[in-house]
Design a protein around this ligand. Structure first.
Ligand code: ADP
Ligand code: MG
Length: 342
């Protein structure tokens, strides 16, 4: 009982100064207005008595509210609540209740996000290890076979060496793409945007790529656009985009041609890369931009692919405030395109 009174009063301590000031003012008024000392003494005693009672009740209320808040915070800390609706404070604390609910929701969301990121990370790491293992195992296999005697077998030795070499090339591609992905992740991929003449840019690019198409007896055609058209972007990063898209087009096309166009629009230029290749099944179309996703893993590997190219392309194009579009018909061909501001 006594402890209770003490703790309620001590919880009202925060109001003590205000109470003292009010009491002092009232006491002064009593002294000024009332002439009789005895009545003054009585009134002052009454005043102090009722002040203490008032303080007691105020303190009790405050203590209860603080306990409510403390209990709620503890419950949040111990994951008692699943939904924000379960959080209930007294009606005097309804504003605080709203804020605590918002905080709870935000916290929950942050944790979910962190868990998701963690999952993505470990999945990515798993994929990377798997992708690294494939070429390393292959190289090891060929070298061991050669050392085990095949080196002197003129029928196979060169073939094995070529195979091992192809896998070192794959390994190198993978490392380069991983470096890009990690730069993207850490936000280190600096972009430097400028206006550039898209016609000159694509002409040069196509000249450099033509030999690779020719190796596969494919035609790489550039349809010249408005010579004066200038588009806004990072030429070096766009070069990576074009490389990936055109290399894909060459890789996944057996016969026919690869065409590059620029369509001028009111506020932008649309760069289109179109091939007459194997196409992409509908159900894979929105997954090909995921890291390591390939429609046909074996084929991609055989072509030196890493499955990371389109993920990098997507990121770079999005950093230009744009997006990559893709249309494809199985067995007929594929068209990738993206817009740049003019
Ligand atoms: N022009 C294309 N024609 C057909 N399939 C394509 C084309 N471009 C990409 N793909 C498919 O999308 C997958 C992902 O492409 P990408 O990220 O560049 O990886 P990869 O290293 O395998 O080329 C490829 O494995 C392939 O299945
Ligand atoms: Mg690729």
């Amino acid at each position: 009982m006594w402890n209770d009174i003490k703790s309620n009063l001590s919880s009202a301590r925060v109001y003590l100064l205000e109470f003292l000031i009010i009491n002092l003012i009232v006491i002064l008024l009593i002294i000024i207005i009332i002439g009789s000392f005895a009545i003054e003494a009585w009134l002052i005693a009454l005043l102090i008595f009722f002040s203490i009672i008032l303080l007691f009740f105020l303190g009790r209320k405050r203590k209860k509210e603080l306990e409510d808040i403390k209990r709620t915070i503890n419950n949040i800390r111990q994951n008692v609540y699943q939904e924000p609706e379960e959080i209930k404070l007294g009606k005097n604390l309804s504003i605080l209740e709203g804020d605590i609910k918002l905080m709870f929701e935000k916290e929950k969301e942050d944790i979910e996000n962190m868990k998701r990121l963690q999952r993505v990370r470990s999945e990515f790491l798993g994929n990377v290890s798997h992708e690294l293992r494939t070429p390393i195992f292959a190289i090891q296999g060929y070298l061991e076979t050669l050392l085990g005697g095949a080196l002197n077998d003129v029928k196979v030795n060169k073939y094995f060496l070529e195979k091992a070499n192809q896998h070192t090339v794959n390994l190198n591609n993978l490392l380069n793409d991983l470096i890009d992905i990690s730069m993207i992740e850490s936000g280190e991929m600096r972009m430097s945007f400028r206006y550039f003449k898209v016609d000159d840019y694509l002409k040069n690019f196509v000249n450099e790529m033509a030999p690779f198409a020719k190796e596969k007896n494919l035609e790489l055609v550039y349809h010249p656009s408005n010579e004066r058209l200038q588009l806004f972007g990072d030429k070096d990063r766009l070069r990576q985009v074009m490389n990936n898209l055109v290399q894909n087009a060459i890789k996944y096309t057996e016969k026919g041609k690869i065409e590059i166009f620029v369509e001028e629009e009111e506020k932008s230029g649309k760069i289109i890369i179109k091939d007459t290749g194997i196409g992409i099944p509908d159900e894979d179309l929105n997954r090909i931009f995921e890291r390591f996703y390939r429609v046909d893993k074996a084929r991609s590997r055989a072509e030196g692919g890493t499955g990371l190219g389109l993920a990098i392309v997507k990121h770079i194009v999005e950093a230009h405030g744009s997006k990559v579009e893709v249309k494809s018909k199985l067995g007929e061909g594929t068209e990738f395109s993206f817009r740049l501001k003019k």
